[in-house]
Write a new protein. Structure first.
Lengths: 371, 371
C-alpha cells in the first residue's frame, strides 16, 4: 500500500449529510449551519435536535424535546450498583464506556425503530452516570440525578458540582457542548459507523465510540493542555518555559489539526468564553498563560490553537476536575455519533477493507516435538 | 465517491503480517501456516500463541503459556456482581461487552507494556464471564470458574455445561476455536484497529470488537443457521422446504462469503467434526439435514457453505445453547483482535478517512421565533 493511504487519509469511506469540516481549511458546518452562528444563537438542545433529526426544531418541537430529555435523566438501580463498583481511580472514560454497555443490557435496543429513543436516552443519561459515579467515589454521596434544570448544560454542572451554576457558567458549558457535538468521520465516529454497518445495536456502536475517543491521539488533548497551563503562574513564565520546551522539541498539545489547515473555527469561540469566565475566576491567570502560549506557538511554529486548548481553562474556571474533560466530550459527541449511526443504517453496506500482507509465505506446520 | 469503494471494499486500510484470507479464492493462513494443518495438528493454545507472539511455541513455552492461562480464569468480586446484575434475557454478546469493559476498570492497562497480560487475561476470562453469567441466570448457581481443565476448550465446555466434556467434544471445541481465531481486516477486527490507532487501551478496543461482532451481518450467522436446521426432522423435508424458501427468495444463512470466492476452507473441517459428533448425539438427524441443505444450495445457487453453517450442528451436538454461539466466537477471536491491536500499535497512524458530503449547502441560522 502507498504510505499516503495509510490511516485512510483522504480516502472517502462513505457519504454524509451531517457535517462538513475544513472547507477552505477553516470552516465547520452542521447540516449547513455555520458553527459561529450556532454557538452565538442556538442552544445545545437545538443543535442536538438538528444533528439527530436533520432540521432545527420549531418552538413546540424544542419544548417537547427538552421535556423528553429531562424525563430520561434517571439511572436504573442495577446501573447505579455497577457504577458504585467502579474504583475511584478509574479513567472516567472507562466509567462511561461501562455505563453505556450496562444500560444496553437493561434497556436494549430491540429494534431500529427504537433508535431515536436510545439516542435521547444516552444523551440524557451520560451526565447522570458521570456525576453519580464521580460524586460517589469522591464523597460517598448517592446523588439524585433527576434534577429540574432545563438545559443539559445546567444539569451537568449542577450534578457534577452539587450547586446550580450561574448563567455565565451554564451558557459557556452549553456552547462547549455545541462545539464538541460533531466532526464528520473522525476516528470515534468512524468506529461507530464500522460497528453500525454490521447492523449491531446503538449501545454497541456508542460504547465503541467512547473507547475510541478515550485514546490520547483523539480525545484527551484538553486534559493535556490543562496539565501544561497549570504549570505556570504568569504569562511571562509560560512564554519562557514553552519556548524552552520547543527548543527541546517537546510536544505541545492543543495546537494544529488533521483537517483544518488555516485555523480551527471553534477556537475563537471558546477563547472568548474562557476570557469572559476568567474575570470572576480563581486562577484567572490561566487565561493570560493560555494567550501567551497561543501567541508563542503562532510566532514560533506557525501553529494555531484548536478547540481543545482554551476548553481547558474554560472548564477549569467552571470548577470541573481535569479528569472529567474528555467525558464531557462524550456527553456532547453522543449526538454526532448517534446521527452517524442512523445515517449508516439508512444506506448500509458492511465496512470491510482489505489489507496489504507483509507476513511469512506459506510454511509447513512443524509438530511441537520437532520445534 | 464511487459505489465500488463504498464499505471500503478492496481498499487497503493498512498492512498486516498476521493472516491471509482467500488467496486463490479458497485459502486461509495464520502467519503462513495453513488452516488445514493447524486444525489437524495444533491445539488452540498453540494457535493463540502463534497469533499473539508470531511463532509457534516450543514445548517449554507452550507449557508455560497453558499454565498462565489457567491462572487467569478467576473473576474479581466486583465483576461477578456486575454479571449478576445483567438480566437473564440479555443478548449474551452484551454480557461479554459489559464484562470486558468492567474488567478494564478493575485491572486497567496502565501502559502498553502490559498488553500481553491483558490479551491473555481476556482470553482466559471470557469463558469464565460467559459461563458465570449463563449459569447464574439459568439456575441461580454462582459457579467456581477456576477449573483445572488444561485446555481452554475443556474449561469452556466444563463451566458452561457443568460437566467435564468427553475428548471428542473437547477436541471439536478446540478445533472450532482454531477456525474462528483470526480473519484479517473483518469488521470487528477493523474496529479494534481504528480504536487502537487513537492509542486507546486494549479493553476499549476489544469492547468495540465485541459490539461490532454482535451485528447480524458479522457474527451470528451460526445462530441463524441453527434456527434453520432445527426446523426440519429429515433430510428430505429440509430439501423440500429450503427449495421452497429459495423459490420465495428467502435468505439462507451460512452460505457464500465476502472474501472467499471458491470455497471456505474451514467448512470441510467443521463438517467432518459435526459428522463425527452426530454419531453419539441426540438430534443426530441435524447432520443429515445440514448435508441436504448444503447439497441443495450448491446445486441450486452455486453457493458453498461457510464456517458458520456446520458450526451450528457441531455446537448443538456439544450441548451448547444457540444464544451462546456468537459469544464462543468472541472467546476465540479475542486472539486475532489482540494480535491486530498489538500490530497497529507497533506501526501506528490515526485511522481517519474522509467522507463525501451530500447535505445542504451553507444556510443562515433562523432564530427560533422565526421558524
Amino acid at each position: 500500500m502507498s504510505d499516503s493511504s495509510k490511516g485512510l487519509r483522504g480516502i472517502e469511506a462513505g457519504s454524509t449529510a451531517i457535517c462538513t469540516v475544513g472547507a477552505e481549511g477553516n470552516s465547520l458546518h452542521y447540516r449547513g449551519y455555520s458553527i459561529e452562528e450556532l454557538a452565538a444563537q442556538a442552544t445545545f438542545e437545538e443543535v442536538a435536535y438538528l444533528l439527530l433529526y436533520g432540521e432545527l426544531p420549531d418552538s413546540t418541537q424544542l419544548k417537547a424535546y427538552i421535556e423528553r430529555l429531562q424525563q430520561l435523566r434517571g439511572l436504573p438501580a442495577a446501573l447505579r450498583t455497577v457504577l458504585e463498583k467502579i474504583p475511584a481511580d478509574t479513567h472516567p472514560m472507562d466509567v462511561l464506556r461501562t455505563g453505556c454497555s450496562m444500560l444496553g443490557t437493561l434497556e436494549p435496543e430491540e429494534d431500529f425503530a427504537q433508535q431515536d429513543f436510545v439516542a435521547d436516552r444516552l444523551l440524557a443519561a451520560f451526565p447522570s452516570m458521570l456525576a453519580y459515579w464521580h460524586r460517589f467515589v469522591t464523597s460517598g454521596q448517592r446523588i439524585d440525578v433527576e434534577t429540574d434544570d432545563e438545559s443539559l448544560a445546567g444539569h451537568l454542572l449542577h450534578t457534577l458540582t452539587g450547586a446550580r451554576p450561574g448563567e455565565d457558567h451554564r451558557r459557556c458549558m452549553d456552547v462547549s457542548l455545541i462545539l464538541y457535538a460533531e466532526h464528520e468521520f473522525n476516528a470515534s465516529t468512524f468506529t461507530c459507523r464500522v460497528c453500525a454497518a454490521t447492523l449491531s445495536d446503538m449501545y454497541s456502536c456508542i460504547t465503541g465510540g467512547i473507547g475510541t475517543l478515550r485514546g490520547p491521539l483523539h480525545g484527551g488533548a484538553n486534559e493535556e493542555a490543562m496539565a501544561l497551563i497549570e504549570r505556570f503562574d504568569t504569562a511571562e513564565q509560560a512564554r519562557t518555559e514553552v519556548a524552552a520546551m520547543l527548543q527541546r522539541k517537546e510536544k505541545i498539545m492543543g495546537f494544529g489539526h488533521a483537517v483544518y489547515k488555516v485555523r480551527d473555527p471553534r477556537n475563537a469561540i471558546i477563547r472568548g468564553w474562557s476570557k469572559q469566565l476568567s474575570a470572576d475566576a480563581d486562577n484567572a491567570h490561566l487565561y493570560a498563560v493560555s494567550e501567551a502560549i497561543e501567541n508563542l506557538m503562532k510566532e514560533e511554529k506557525g501553529l494555531f490553537a484548536n478547540l481543545d486548548f482554551y476548553s481547558a481553562s474554560a472548564y477549569h474556571f467552571m470548577g470541573i476536575p481535569t479528569a472529567l474533560f474528555t467525558p464531557l466530550f462524550v456527553c456532547s459527541r453522543v449526538t454526532g455519533w448517534a446521527a452517524h449511526i442512523k445515517e449508516q443504517r439508512g444506506d448500509n453496506k458492511l465496512i470491510r477493507p482489505g489489507a496489504a500482507y507483509t507476513g511469512p509465505d506459506h510454511r509447513p506446520y512443524v509438530p511441537i516435538n520437532n520445534r
